[in-house]
Design a protein around this ligand. Structure first.
Ligand SMILES: C[S@@+](CC[C@H](N)C(=O)[O-])C[C@H]1O[C@@H](n2cnc3c(N)ncnc32)[C@H](O)[C@@H]1O
Length: 363
């Protein structure tokens, strides 16, 4: 099944929306700021005649404060280089990409306020044009050699489709220590195909010397069973299994539900980039973030509420599509919060993010 039509984050600006529950991902965006600044500096430093129009693409932008944060970082970086220098301020075009089911209405509504605030705050900022670019980043999105910089944060772990051959993963919803090796291969093969396709399309679209900064969920080591990459999904599976044993969910429904993402290791990324051959790896590293990072003040105990909502805003549309049971959904997340709180009280609970910066080789 292709995920293009069903995968999206919780839209709007309500309590369970992605816009209101993406602090965790926001920290990831802030982490890559120095890399983005370097990429923009290189665009000027290595270029006798820097572009008069700079085209940026934010792939898997979703909607909410994070989308605009990435745009602001880029506009500020370009302004920082051009202001008071020999360079003429360029025009910037920013393409905001996500799947067609993304809440573009909310995105475009927040965008117009953002542009207005920008004009008031910094009237001398470069002129900036925003465009929506709906579609899958596993397909071509832009004209040949038209993009200088691609940002893709917290998105590339999502696969283009649910891998085939997950029948043996009964009772699990992602890879856990009880998953059969067939299940690992199914997930890995799908990731390998998807990531290679992503690189092929971007290598056509990005200009020579242009760059990508990618951040995605992953793992630190080569062990696909490692706890950090799927503990939060294991807890969710436990809740759904309880509901099954209490008769609230049908067996077939649970056994056919799996999360369509993959958490690669840094060397998975390096290997696939090398095989593709069009990009050089400028940087790759992994980072560990505590589940507590999902709240504004991580010193206040919220009984797992914010981390539950962080996961909810991402997986709820998939659960609703699959189980089609609005009432059960509330029960699932009530129980899930309790599991999260118990787990956080007992052990170290972290997620791993990978960050990579790739540069398009000269064509
Ligand atoms: C967790 S959100 C990340 C949003 C934002 N980039 C951030 O850092 O907060 C992941 C986004 O990736 C999008 N996505 C997943 N697969 C995609 C694909 N194949 N093409 C375009 N967007 C995709 C999802 O729809 C979702 O909006």
């Amino acid at each position: 099944m292709s995920l293009g039509k069903v995968l999206h984050m919780n839209g709007g600006v309500g309590e369970t929306s992605y816009a209101n529950n993406s602090l965790f991902q926001q920290k990831g965006i802030l982490r890559t700021k120095p890399l983005k600044e370097k990429v923009i500096t290189d665009l000027y430093g290595n270029n006798q005649s820097p572009p008069t129009i700079i085209s940026i693409a934010d792939l898997g932008c979703s909607c909410g404060p994070n989308t605009l944060l990435m745009s602001l970082e880029i506009i500020e970086a370009i302004d920082g280089i051009c202001r008071g220098s020999k360079y003429k301020s360029p025009e910037i075009q920013i393409f905001l990409n996500d799947l067609p089911g993304n809440d573009y209405n909310t995105l475009f509504q927040t965008l117009s306020k953002f542009q207005e605030n920008l004009r008031i705050k910094e009237p001398s900022f470069p002129v900036c044009f925003f465009n929506g670019a709906p579609g899958s980043f596993y397909e071509r999105l832009f004209a040949t050699e038209s993009i200088h910089f691609v940002n893709c944060s917290s998105s590339l772990h999502w696969l283009s489709r649910l891998p085939e051959g997950l029948e043996d993963n009964r009772g699990n919803i992602y890879i856990t220590n009880t998953s059969h090796t067939n299940v690992l291969s199914s997930y890995y093969n799908q990731f390998q195909r998807d990531f290679s396709t992503f690189l092929q399309h971007r290598s056509v679209e990005i200009v020579s010397g242009g760059s990508m900064v990618l951040s995605l969920m992953g793992r630190k080591n080569e062990d696909p069973y490692c706890k950090e990459s799927g503990l939060h999904f294991k807890l969710l599976a436990d809740v759904i299994n309880d509901l099954l044993s209490e008769g609230h969910i049908e067996e077939d429904k649970l056994y056919s539900f799996n999360i369509p993402l993959y958490t690669p290791s840094p060397s998975d990324i390096e290997k696939l980039v090398e095989e593709d051959g069009c990009f050089t790896i400028e940087y790759v590293d992994s980072f560990e973030d505590d589940w507590n990072e999902s709240r504004k003040d991580s010193s206040v105990n919220d009984d797992g509420f914010n981390f539950m909502n962080t996961v909810r805003s991402v997986v709820e549309p998939l659960l609703l599509e699959h189980f089609n049971e609005g009432v059960i959904i509330e029960e699932i997340f009530k129980r899930y919060q309790k599991r999260i709180a118990d787990c956080m009280a007992k052990e170290k609970t972290t997620l791993i993010s990978l960050v990579a910066c790739l540069k398009r080789k000269t064509k």
